[in-house]
Structure formats: C-alpha cells, structure tokens
Ligand binder design. Structure first.
Ligand code: FDA
Length: 307
C-alpha cells in the first residue's frame, strides 16, 4: 500500500525539498548512497575488491531539465572513468547510467541522450570496462532499447536492464538473449499502470522466473539483479540446468542491501556485482529504496523524529 504513495512522492518537488532538508535524512541516505564525490566512492570500490566483489557505479541523478545538466552528467561519468583508469580499477568496476540524466526527456532527447552517453561508453571501453543502461519508466524504454542497439554496433558489450513487472519483457528478453549480449533482469522499481505491468508481487516473481529461464537458455550473459533469496536459488538452478559455468552469469545487488549475502555468494565462487550509487542528487534513487521496503520508511521517520 505504501510503496505507490512513496513512488508518487518521488516525483514531487515539494517532497524533495522537505525530505532533503529534514534532520536525520542524511543518516538514512548514507545506507544506500556510497558517498557524494568520486574521492568518497574510491575507498568503497577498493573495499569491495578486497572482499572479492565487483561493482557497477551509478552517479545518481535523473529528471534533469536542461541540456547543460545532461552534459554535466556525461562529464561526471567521464571524471569517474578517468579516476578508475588512474587507480587501475577499470577491470573491477563497470558503470550504470540512466538515460534520463543524459537528456532523454528533453526536446530532441533521444538524440541528445545518445550523443551524451556515447563518449562515456567509449571511455569505459578504453579502460577495459563497460556500461549498462538502466531501465526507467515504461515510456522511456523504446528509446532506451534503440540507443542500446545503436551503441552495441560499436561496443557490443554494452548492457541493458529489463523489468519482470512489465508485460513486454518476455518478448524483449527473447530478442536480447543473443550471443554477446549482457542483460540485467530486475523486478522493476517504478509506479506503472495495470495496462502495462503486473501489480501483484507473486505475478511479478513468476514473470521473473520465466524471463530468467529465457536469458539462461539464450546465448547472452544474464545478470541476476535481485535480493530475493528464492529467486537467487532459482537463478542458480536455472544456470545449472542451462549448463552454464560460474563465469557465464552473475548476481547483482544494491549497495547497503543484504551486504552479507554479497559476500556469501562471492565466497561460493559466484561473480557478485554491487550496484554502488553515489553523488548529491540522491532523492529519486533514495525514494525508490524506501518504496521497496516500507520498513525503511519507519526507520527513516524515526531518525527524523529523534533528531
Ligand atoms: P524484493 O523487493 O522482494 O526484496 C527481497 C528482499 O530483499 C526483501 O525482503 C528485503 O530483505 C531485501 N530488500 C529489497 N529491497 C530492499 C530495500 N530497498 N531496502 C532494504 N531491503 C530490501 N529497477 C528498475 O526499475 N530499473 C533498474 O535499472 C534497476 N536496476 C537495479 C540494479 C540492481 C543491481 C538491483 C539489485 C536492482 C535494480 N533495480 C532496478 C531495482 C529492482 O527493480 C527492485 O526494485 C529491487 O531490486 C527490489 O526487488 P528484489 O528483487 O530485491 O526483491
């Protein structure tokens, strides 16, 4: 019940101002956001590497309103890639990007987002790593998949995300499960209407299994993005049935969520990548994390009240 209300609040400027200014917010935000600057996230990557974990880095931000902000987003990723190169961390870290932050929703946004993301994908390839295009709300996906296809002509390792809550996803998975593709499957974190998405958790989970089976039986590289213990066990079983070796798929989880499980799966020999978000524009990302687990909201409310 609370999830949709929190997701609606994630689009409100008034709530953004209120929550950003509330005392106690930072303490809760810090659980999910690894820092504000590149300098603050570097030790987090190094710590993850020390535990046998890989990362995918997200410079948080979305819903930008000017082409200058889109260019600044591109530059923030280029700065990050420059630091990874200096530190020799390119092989441990890939990038995750939201095309909305690169200008997708502005006028001429499809071309603008492609023009802004291309240099990031190029720079990532130069240091031996890659970029995954996050999936945002369903209205953005045709553009995201077209940009993904375009980028793959020159950078075939570019990944993308699909969401099991959407009716369209099984078909997308069939098209994407081809040799050389990298596809992260998640349940989906946006408020979507019943005309395009399952609303019931059990239906979303069943769809996740159907889509994961398609990816595992295909020829691409599946990335299992979930903290759900049942789906993680099913993922291992589907990989086994498809005859995949441990380096032919990976698990991915979010920074700050089920951290013991990150280490446990890595210790079992699985490739585990932690989606590590950092930056100052954390509001949208943070609100989706609250919506996923309403208990987080209680914790948040308590920390605000007790400050
Ligand atoms: P589920 O929500 O059922 O959670 C299973 C268990 O995990 C919970 O019982 C709880 O213990 C723990 N948990 C999950 N979320 C938590 C939270 N916020 N706080 C505390 N505990 C939590 N979505 C999207 O639409 N587009 C995208 O591009 C991405 N990208 C992405 C990358 C990666 C690596 C992950 C793991 C997830 C995403 N997501 C996403 C988010 C995804 O769609 C989904 O909302 C969350 O992963 C929560 O779903 P679970 O599969 O974890 O299951």
């Amino acid at each position: 019940m609370l999830g949709p209300v929190i997701l609606a609040a994630s689009r409100s400027d008034k709530m953004r101002r209120f929550i950003s200014a509330a005392p106690g917010t930072k303490q809760v935000v810090d659980r999910f956001i690894a820092g504000e600057t590149v300098d603050q996230v570097v030790p987090v990557i190094q710590d993850a590497a020390g535990k046998g974990l890989e990362v995918t880095l997200d410079v948080v931000g979305e819903d930008i309103t000017t082409p200058e902000q889109a260019a600044a987003a591109r530059d923030a990723y280029l700065e990050l890639i420059g630091r990874l190169k200096e530190l020799g961390l390119g092989t441990r870290a890939e990038m995750s990007v939201k095309l909305s932050m690169f200008g997708q929703s502005l006028e001429g946004g499809h071309e603008l987002a492609l023009a802004n993301v291309r240099p990031v994908v190029e720079a990532a390839a130069e240091i031996g790593t890659t970029v995954t295009l996050d999936a945002e709300d369903h209205t953005t996906l045709d553009s995201m998949f077209a940009i993904h296809e375009e980028l793959r002509k020159d950078f075939p390792q570019t990944g993308c995300v699909i969401q099991s809550y959407l009716f369209r996803t099984e078909e997308d998975a069939r098209r994407l499960a081809a040799a050389g593709s990298r596809v992260r499957l998640v349940k989906g974190a946006y408020k979507e209407p019943a005309s395009v998405a399952y609303q019931d958790k059990a239906e979303i989970d069943k769809a996740y299994v159907r889509v994961l089976r398609i990816l595992m039986q295909g020829e691409g590289y599946p990335m299992i993005g979930s903290h759900d213990p049942r789906l993680i066990a099913i993922g291992q079983e589907l990989a086994r049935q498809a005859g995949r070796k441990l380096d032919e798929y990976e698990f991915q989880m979010l920074y700050g969520i089920r951290s013991d499980e990150h280490v446990r799966l890595a210790a079992e020999g699985h490739r585990m990548r932690v989606y590590t978000a950092y930056g100052t524009d954390w509001y949208g990302y943070f609100m989706r994390r609250l919506a996923e687990k309403p208990a987080n909201l209680l914790f948040f409310a308590r920390s605000v009240v007790t400050k």
